[in-house]
Design a protein around this ligand. Structure first.
Ligand code: C2E
Ligand code: CA
Ligand code: CA
Length: 558
């Protein structure tokens, strides 16, 4: 069939002066180019036209990456989603060999895929066509609108999609995780290039049922209508596949999805909710797509509420230290605890750290709060010593904010001195990440000053294995998401088991976080990890409850 269309096209080309067509036959790799010479600088028929388009020096720099990726995807036809057969890619190129005509012109590449019964691509037919003035104008206008200059235009288009009750609607947002680091590592110019690449790429990926805009530097938003939920997943995987790396720079795209259930909700609110879903998975190494759900919102207190109240809350004892016991799997006894903060608000009830820690890390209040929790931990240990029970060490979380300034070690020392407790009763939990990889000196100092170091969230972050190489850490805590996810498959279990034996080999102790079932505890035990923390044993509890759990016959002194 392809050949027949091609011949018809050829016929057409001989009559018009603005087109060029080609066919690529996947069954034998053969190709053919029909041209009356107008695109001679771009396609000369000597090599496979898709290869030629992908490599051509005549394509405008700003469009060549997208066009190149598209043509390579076509050559590698398995990457093209089978549900779609028709694509248009606009780009700028120098069309003619004539040096007097060396301006870039707007061109549309259209390809149609002809598939066999088994849906594999049999052949593609493509044509190049100069865009007419109206099209060019339209393209320039849409570009400038999607360039975050006129989000109203997007809002208008999105509104139409949402109001069309004949189809389902969803809002998708995505951004580049740790985009700032790309700017730092490769320079801002590269960063801008990547963002333009993504913007241009969205142009070719989004259909007329999917409109997009750029909300801020690296945040993009798409409003789409769909019939089946798979269409959302397909869009996301296309974006990831096509736009998830730039040359040899790869990065992670993080997506939030909001299925529109109430079409009367204003666009701004829909966007906020989508952002909420997207932000909820920041830093989670195992997940990059999150669907908005109502309880995500209802549990959230606003940043303003948090900031207005934080000082008052600290002064009035609203922040409370909870302790989560760490158990020895073999003896089933409590061998330690982790201090986790809770905000007990008189009206809102107990707020978990996920709701406020990030705000405090941004505004710096975390250093005050951490210090307060460290003091509660020292106080608790003093209490245990005074009542004559065998104290267990408490590990405290050291926010990454501290790691840029070693002064906090003096604060810790002062507290240990004030409560006159052995230094080895306070352990420190630190999450190593690419952001604080350079702060190794502060971490080393902490160790030199006599504190036990626990590497928090091992397996969740950036290059954890690499960090083990020269690590001053004494203990690694296997992250609960890493742990629960890897427990699901034999392969994952092997990785956990080898991680444990390797860590033991190099003299590190292990604590497993998020142990929720007996099977998990047994598995860890068989792998040689004896310390576990998790709901299977106990949730984080108040100091009072902890004392009952850890010291049956505990009698508090105050
Ligand atoms: P984290 O340091 O990784 O703490 C462990 C988290 O896992 C705690 O969440 C704990 O309640 C939860 N968890 C423990 N066992 C299980 C389990 O079996 N299943 C599940 N699903 N979860 C389990 P929490 O208390 O909500 O704390 C969240 C994070 O907030 C902490 O993660 C830590 O990064 C931060 N955080 C908590 N307290 C403090 C603090 O005082 N200072 C600082 N800087 N960060 C804190
Ligand atoms: Ca921790
Ligand atoms: Ca952790």
């Amino acid at each position: 069939m392809g050949k027949r269309i091609f011949e018809a096209l050829n016929d057409f080309i001989t009559r018009t002066h603005e087109m060029c067509a080609f066919v690529v036959d996947f069954s034998d790799g053969g190709f053919d180019v029909m041209s009356n010479g107008i695109f001679s600088a771009i396609l000369d028929g000597s090599v496979n036209p898709l290869e030629q388009l992908a490599e051509s020096k005549c394509i405008h720099e700003a469009d060549s990456v997208v066009l190149g990726a598209f043509c390579r995807d076509l050559l590698n036809s398995c990457k093209i989603p089978i549900q779609e057969d028709h694509f248009t890619v606009p780009f700028r190129g120098i069309v003619s060999d004539d040096p007097s005509d060396a301006d870039y012109k707007w061109i549309n590449l259209t390809v149609v895929i002809d598939r066999g019964d088994d849906l594999t691509a049999k052949c593609i037919i493509g044509h190049l066509r100069l865009m007419n003035n109206a099209e060019i104008l339209n393209k320039i206008i849409t570009d400038s609108f999607t360039n975050d200059k006129h989000p109203q235009v997007f809002n208008g288009q999105a509104k139409r999609i949402i109001e069309d009750t004949s189809r389902n609607a969803a809002i998708v947002q995505f951004d580049i995780e740790k985009f700032k680091l790309i700017n730092v590592k490769y320079g801002e110019e590269k960063g801008t290039e990547i963002l333009n690449y993504i913007k241009n790429g969205l142009d070719t990926i989004c259909t007329d049922k999917q409109v997009y805009t750029r909300l801020s530097a690296d945040v993009f938003m798409i409003a789409m209508s769909y019939d089946k939920p798979e269409e959302i997943e397909r869009l996301i995987s296309r974006i990831e596949e096509r736009l998830g790396s730039f040359g040899d720079i790869s990065y992670k795209l993080v997506f939030g999805v909001n299925i529109v259930t109430d079409r009367s909700v204003p666009m701004r609110k829909l966007g906020d909710r989508t952002a909420m879903a997207r932000q909820s998975i920041k830093g989670n190494a195992l997940k990059n797509v999150c669907y908005y759900s109502e309880n995500q919102e209802s549990s959230l207190v606003s940043k303003k509420f948090i900031e207005d109240r934080m000082d008052y809350a600290l002064e009035h004892g609203e922040f409370v230290m909870y302790l989560q016991p760490k158990y020895s799997i073999s003896t089933a006894g409590v061998v330690g605890a982790e201090a986790l903060v809770r905000w007990i608000h008189p009206e809102k009830g107990m707020l978990p750290p996920a709701e406020f820690i990030a705000v405090f890390e941004k505004n710096g209040f975390i250093t005050k709060l951490d210090r307060y929790i460290w003091e509660q931990a020292c106080k608790a240990i003093r209490g245990w010593i005074d009542s004559g029970v065998q104290p267990v060490p408490i590990s405290v979380n050291i926010s990454r904010v501290h790691l840029t300034d070693e002064k906090f070690i003096d604060d810790l020392d002062a507290l240990v001195e004030k409560y006159d407790i052995p230094k080895n009763m306070i352990e420190t939990e630190i999450t190593e990440s690419v952001e604080n990889a350079g702060d190794g000196d502060v971490i080393k100092k902490l160790k030199e000053r006599g504190y036990m170091l626990l590497m928090d969230d091992f397996g969740s972050g950036y290059s954890s294995l690499n960090m083990l190489k020269n690590t001053p850490f004494d203990v690694i805590k296997i992250d609960r998401d890493f742990f629960s996810e890897f427990m699901l498959s034999d392969r994952g279990k092997k990785i956990i088991s080898h991680t444990i034996s390797m860590s033991k080999d190099i003299g590190l102790d292990m604590v497993a976080e998020g142990v929720e079932t007996k099977e998990q505890a047994e598995f860890l035990h068989n792998c040689g990890c004896d310390v576990a923390q998790g709901y299977f044993y106990s949730k984080p509890v108040s100091l009072n409850d902890f004392e009952h759990i850890a010291y049956d016959d505990f009698i508090a002194t105050d």
